[in-house]
Design a protein around this ligand. Structure first.
Ligand code: SAH
Length: 475
């Protein structure tokens, strides 16, 4: 439908901070999603796409700015997809995250649950991430200042984040508040060096250009990993850039490059070429109990590790405390990734069994047990929907506690069915998507009662929320 025929709504009050970071309004029976608005704003909305029961719109005029608004601190707010809630105070963000859980459990789950415990705020509101992935592009997003320049003075190369929904457009980032320094300094130095050399930036449509991606990872122990991805093996240029990075940033403990000649950006299947330092960084995490032994986790270039490492500790501690171990339990850790939770709880139980379908993550999980001298863990690589069956339970024993931490899609129905067959005394369900968590718990509610709900905020300024639920077997 041509845009001019789509509805235009005047004087609409924004009601809620809703799904995917878009604010929610209601016009008659129609739900309207509007990005970059805040509950309490009064706006005119141009609808840009319409479905049966909802539509997506754009606020084209503000009649009233909500009292809940704060000034976004990042110059890229509004264009970058990263922190869409920066115009809402952190306190309000937490309130709306908590409300989202209440809504999902009531509306989707339709089960009874105790009062949701106050959400745990992130210890850091900026600089909380340990990983950023940047893309080089020869077609960067042009802002109003760029557009004002004559064609021949306009820089079209950029290094930054993809613009939401535009896979071939990259926002050239001047400063990102997500990761501590020298993250920005590294990115800007690499950007300036390659621009000065006149090297080409990648074009994802024609698949031409030399510079592809830049990944920066760090740990709380101040290890730094930098990975530069090139499109082809130009030895001379690669040597120049890698030498420059190594000499400019002595704090880098793992400097790696990749030559990715494929059309897609995935590097998990590519060879990691170590330029300097170790092929990994090492994170440290406190024990869940006072006086317990600190843990170390080895993180390789493609290993998963929770991206807010300070808050990850409180997330795991919440799961640990809700499980309330006595010491003789058999525990299953489903969707265990690199076995972080498995190893976190193992010293306080009889045995911990981790299952995960990425084989390299299971290798990391083994390494992490060895590194921490933990000998009561076992790990299996496989799809949980198939692996978790009667034979598996016969071989490994019937667990007293199951910890489950599935991806956003939630647990496969077979996994839920198996848990109901196994009937552990407790299930600790860690989720990054409370809509699927509500759906899964609804299937378990005849056998299990929701006895605690503890949200944890891992991602300030975004709509994402992590939630830990304790399910206790009914008598
Ligand atoms: N608990 C871990 C990671 C959880 S992320 C931590 O805190 O670090 C969810 C994990 O589930 C990912 O590692 C993903 O690879 C894995 N996964 C997704 N689908 C799966 C499936 N069907 N079977 C097994 N593992 C799966």
């Amino acid at each position: 439908m041509p845009r001019r025929q789509l509805p235009f709504f005047e004087n609409v009050t924004i009601l809620d901070a809703g799904a995917e970071g878009k604010a929610v309004a209601r016009v008659n029976d129609l739900v309207v999603f509007v990005p970059f608005c805040v509950p309490g704003d009064v706006v005119d909305i141009q609808v840009i796409s319409k479905r049966k029961s909802y539509c997506e719109g754009k606020a084209v005029k503000f009649h009233h700015y909500s009292e809940l608004r704060v000034e976004p601190f990042c110059e890229h707010f509004g264009t970058c997809g990263g922190c869409r809630w920066q115009n809402l105070s952190y306190e309000q963000q937490l309130k709306y995250k908590q409300k989202q859980i209440d809504d999902h459990f009531t509306r989707i789950g339709k089960f009874s649950f105790p009062a949701i415990l106050p959400i745990l705020a992130s210890p850091l509101e900026t600089g909380y991430r340990n990983k950023l992935e940047y893309t080089f592009s020869d077609r960067r997003w042009l802002n109003a200042d760029d557009m004002a320049l004559p064609d021949d003075q306009r820089q079209s190369n950029g290094l930054g984040f993809h613009i939401p929904t535009l896979f071939d457009r990259v926002l050239d980032i001047k400063h990102c508040y997500h990761q501590p320094e020298p993250s920005n300094a590294i990115r800007l130095a690499v950007r300036d060096f390659t621009l000065q050399k006149g090297w080409s930036f990648y074009n994802p449509r024609s698949h031409e250009g030399f510079m592809r991606n830049l990944l920066i990872r760090n740990t709380l122990t101040d290890d730094w990993m930098v990975i530069v991805v090139f499109a082809y093996d130009a030895k001379e240029e690669i040597t120049q850039l890698m030498t420059f990075i190594a000499e400019s940033f002595l704090q880098i403990t793992s400097l790696i490059y990749v030559v990715n000649t494929k059309q897609n950006d995935v590097i998990t299947d590519q060879e990691m070429l170590i330029w300097k330092g170790e092929p990994f960084i090492t994170e440290s995490m406190d024990a869940p109990v006072e006086g317990g032994k600190k843990l170390q986790f080895r993180i390789g270039p493609v290993s998963f590790y929770q991206t807010n490492p300070l808050q990850a500790y409180y997330l795991y501690k919440t799961a640990f405390e809700l499980a309330d171990f006595k010491g003789d339990e058999l525990v299953y850790d489903l969707y265990c990734g690199t076995g972080t939770i498995t190893n976190f709880v193992a010293p306080y139980v009889k045995k911990a069994v981790g299952v995960e379908y990425v084989p390299s993550a299971i290798d990391d999980a083994h390494t992490n047990s060895e590194l921490n001298l933990i000998d009561n863990t076992v790990f299996f690589a496989g799809d949980l929907a198939k692996v978790l069956n009667v034979e598996f339970v016969q071989q490994n024993g019937r667990p007293d506690v199951i910890i489950t931490d599935p991806p956003r899609s939630g647990m496969h129905e077979n996994v839920v069915k198996q848990i109901l067959q196994i009937e552990p005394q407790k299930v600790v369900y860690v989720s990054c998507n409370t809509a699927t968590q509500a759906r899964d718990i609804a299937l378990m509610i005849e056998k299990y009662e929701v006895t605690a709900v503890q949200p944890v905020d891992m991602f300030p300024h975004t709509h994402h929320v992590e939630n830990v639920v304790l399910l206790t077997r009914r008598k």
